[in-house]
Design a binder for this molecule. Structure first.
Ligand SMILES: *Cc1c(COP(=O)(O)O)cnc(C)c1O
Length: 398
């Protein structure tokens, strides 16, 4: 493998060239290493590979050359010393938390979490003797109160899915560090282009690569970006021995996804901004949640910690569930789907799908109403999407 040492490069260049490592065949595109094992020229070389005197690939559960390129590229983008790729976003969340905490620890989490993240934090961790406190994303006084006691880890997502509430990254990181906590941020909704939590005080960043990084709805995957110390002490041994490793094929697909991430996110976000403004002006909506709108209660914070509003928005229809169903059934371009971060625009009704299992009270405190729709804005012609949205909003109002 040959590698050029790079000068300081900007994000759009890192997306194409970060971590690039070529074999003796001098291929242009990144090579795909679909192998689980490796061979040794001599018995002594095998021994040296296992006692650590020789640094090389020994087994793809530990490391694989295609994964290494993906990990280095994403780490460079997020400004992290180490990147570790895993099989899904949930494998990333679970590994980061379980590798760090132990019985008797206290963890503080954001209330607005992806459903499976709530399960890991609030159902799984307590089984192992971990105390978990929950704070509303945008309640800074609540974070301050919760972090007035020694805490092992803080975990939250910003912006939150589906209501796009923000956590003040720097303010909560400062409080968390004073409480002795490691700050773990789920950056899947924003993407590494829209937000870089490490630059705002976070210690560990989580991605579901399934979303914007793949960007075309093909592969599941995830990643954890962290310091050398976090990897050596906690994450590395956990991943090596429990084995939530990513397929090299998926890593190769994500590498191709990263190459166009900047271009795609610019388009996702500019179209989302336009659709959010269109929806806000339509009589069928009671509220539109999008960090790029001046009406967003945390718009100033969004401008501080995000480079754009991103590709996800939510509409609260005045007519409740019936209006939401008329909206979804009137769409001719946008698909009804619970996924997000795809080239295809996707819409879903969280009350009856992704968040169906929450109690009515839990839904209401998170701002998930019967009239709420989540829209993941795709790469279609913005004009066609604007027409489709208007058609659906007119149907909702009828
Ligand atoms: C999708 C998602 C996850 C889980 O990722 P998978 O790749 O589906 O396991 C975690 N957090 C957020 C915010 C997500 O959107």
């Amino acid at each position: 493998m040959t590698k050029k040492t790079s000068p300081h490069l900007r994000p759009e260049t890192l997306l194409v060239r970060g971590g690039l490592s070529r074999t003796g065949f001098h291929e242009t595109s990144e090579a795909l290493f679909l192998n689980s094992g490796y061979v040794y020229d001599t018995a002594a070389e095998a021994e040296a590979s296992f006692d650590g005197t020789l640094e090389r690939y020994v087994y793809s559960r530990f490391r694989n050359p295609t994964l290494s390129v993906f990990e280095e590229r994403l780490a460079a983008l997020e400004g992290a010393p180490v990147g570790k790729a895993v099989a899904s976003g949930m494998a990333a969340v679970t590994s980061a938390l379980l590798s760090l905490v132990r019985a008797g620890d206290r963890v503080v989490v954001g209330r607005e979490l992806f459903g499976s993240c709530t399960w890991v934090a609030c159902d799984l961790l307590p089984r192992y003797g971990v105390e978990v406190a929950v704070v509303a994303a945008d309640d800074l006084a609540g974070w301050e109160a919760a972090l007035s006691r020694p805490t092992r880890a803080v975990f939250f997502e910003t912006p939150s899915n589906p209501t796009l509430r923000l956590v003040d990254l720097q303010a909560v990181a400062d409080l968390a560090h004073a409480a002795g906590a490691v700050v773990i941020v789920d950056n899947a909704v924003a993407s590494p282009i829209v937000q870089q939590p490490l630059a705002h005080g976070a210690d560990v960043v989580i991605h579901s690569a399934t979303k914007w990084i793949d960007g075309q709805g093909r592969c599941l995957g995830g990643a954890i970006l962290c310091s050398e110390a976090f990897n050596e002490e906690y994450l590395g041994p956990f991943l090596r021995h429990t084995g939530p490793c990513l397929s090299p094929f998926n890593a190769w697909v994500f590498l191709k996804g990263l190459e166009t991430l900047g271009l795609r996110l610019a388009r996702h976000a500019s179209t989302a901004q336009r659709l959010a403004e269109l929806a806000e002006a339509h009589p069928a909506t009671a509220a539109v949640h999008y960090p790029g709108l001046a009406s967003h209660p945390q718009h100033a914070l969004a401008q501080k910690q995000m480079t754009s509003g991103g590709g996800l928005l939510a509409l609260n229809l005045a007519g409740g569930k019936e209006a939401a169903y008329r909206f979804l059934n009137a769409l001719r371009v946008v698909d009804i789907s619970n996924n997000l971060g795809d080239a295809k625009s996707l819409a879903c009704h969280p009350w009856t799908t992704t968040h169906q299992r929450l109690t009515v009270e839990e839904k209401e405190t998170q701002g998930i109403t019967e009239g709420l729709l989540r829209l993941s804005v795709g790469l279609e012609d913005p004009e066609d999407l604007a027409e489709d949205l208007t058609r659906a909003l007119d149907a909702a109002a009828s």
